[in-house]
Design a protein around this ligand. Structure first.
Ligand code: FMN
Length: 169
């Protein structure tokens, strides 16, 4: 059998590092806020990590060169929409530049104002808690004010650069 293993060393090509990180299977979210002009803003994010239960904190990493980054740095609140299998089109839309990301019928403002996508698997509505330096990303810490979830839905997954679903043998 062919040897499928690869190796990355610091200073080597970032493509191999991305491939190594792609071994870590994740869910997929769309993180949203309202920008300073009152318009909804959002992007696809899989860097969600739970940080603390008491106080309830989580984090997402937003690329410093993302067009939506200034909106998130300024926003007092943001929402993390955890996607289910039927929301792959939303994940693609929110990861594509120049797309009209917010259709008229598929979202509404949450309790804190940040857009909540209809039919999400889960939604965390957060107050901005802190922003930390993270290389080419901003690390946004949010304090969870409200969390809702639908235990009947299955998660959209991301692994090795492709969308996946849960598979049970
Ligand atoms: C599955 C998936 C996960 C992603 N995760 C992140 C992430 O954690 N942080 C990030 O900044 N961009 C992430 N991206 C890339 C952004 O969604 C993408 O660059 C988007 O176009 C940025 O939009 P903006 O420049 O309008 O803000 C991810 C993309 C995909 C498809």
């Amino acid at each position: 059998m062919a040897d499928a293993s690869s190796e990355y060393r610091t200073g080597c090509d970032p493509r191999t590092l991305r491939d190594a990180l792609g071994c870590f299977a994740t869910g997929v979210t769309v993180v949203t806020c309202v920008d300073s002009g009152g318009q909804p803003a959002g992007l696809t994010v899989n860097s969600l990590t739970s940080v603390s239960l008491d106080p309830p904190l989580l984090l997402v990493c937003i690329a410093k060169n993302a067009t939506t980054a200034p909106a998130f740095l300024a926003a007092r609140h943001f929402a993390i929409n955890v996607l289910q299998t039927g929301q792959q089109p939303a994940s693609i839309r929110f990861a594509t530049r120049h797309e009209d990301r917010f259709g008229p019928n598929d979202w509404s403002p949450g309790e804190l104002g940040a857009p909540v996508l209809n039919q999400s698997l889960g939604v965390f509505e957060c107050e901005a808690h802190a922003v930390h330096e993270g290389g080419d990303h901003h690390i946004l810490l949010g304090r969870v004010i409200k969390a809702t979830f639908d235990s009947a839905l299955d998660p959209l997954l991301y692994f090795r650069g492709s969308y996946r679903r849960l598979h049970f043998d």
